[in-house]
Design a protein around this ligand. Structure first.
Ligand code: VGL
Ligand code: ZN
Length: 189
């Protein structure tokens, strides 16, 4: 029997409208993600929430020659999860890219995520969150590389689209790599 976990990627204030690296309509997915949280809670299945957790001199910031404005700086309001996100008390928080010299888009990179999933006996992850064309994509691809089944919930993700079409391309790439795309209504863990 397959055991699933929900992986919520970087649903943090800085990636939502009003934040320093806002994803267009990033906050619109919050009610959809809350619905998914309810389903996984009722099924007694584990829920992981990744967060971008950068020091203030992080390599991905423009001042250090990186691509991005400062965002998700540790212990600042921008790094908090969206206020309306109803994370359960037993959520497992995975902090990533938390040292100055290293960036990580994937929730698996430099974290315990894979080990924790294995310990919990999980063999399939359901992925939602921000941003489709960066951290959602990288996390889902790493899940596949780790040998997990991966479902990406299309109406529970949003993309940055630095180049128009980046998010569509990311979805095509994910499908080609073996991920399944679904709407949240079809998720029944
Ligand atoms: C992300 C850009 C920079 C993401 C993180 O969570 O998708 N994007 N850092
Ligand atoms: Zn970042």
């Amino acid at each position: 029997m397959s055991k699933q976990a929900l992986v919520i990627v970087d649903l943090q204030n800085d990636f939502c409208p009003g934040g320093s690296l806002a994803v267009p309509d990033g906050d619109k997915i919050v009610p959809v993600v809350n619905d998914l949280i309810g389903k996984f809670c009722r099924a007694g299945l584990p829920i992981f929430a990744t967060r971008d957790w950068h020091p203030e001199n992080h390599v991905s910031f423009k001042a250090q020659g990186g691509l991005w404005p400062p965002h998700c700086v540790q212990n600042t309001p921008g790094a908090r999860f969206h206020l309306d996100l109803r994370l359960p008390d037993n959520v497992i928080i995975i902090s990533k890219a938390d040292s100055p010299e290293r960036d990580a888009y994937s929730g698996f990179e430099g974290t315990d995520l894979e080990a924790l999933l294995r310990e919990a006996g999980v063999d399939h992850i359901v992925v939602c969150g921000l941003a489709t064309d960066y951290c959602v994509k990288a996390t889902a691809l790493d899940g596949l590389r780790a040998g997990l089944g991966v479902t990406v919930v299309e109406d529970a993700i949003r993309g940055v689209d630095v180049q128009p079409g980046d998010s569509q391309k990311a979805l095509a790439e994910l499908q080609a790599a073996g991920a399944t795309l679904v709407q949240h209504s079809a998720v029944s863990p």
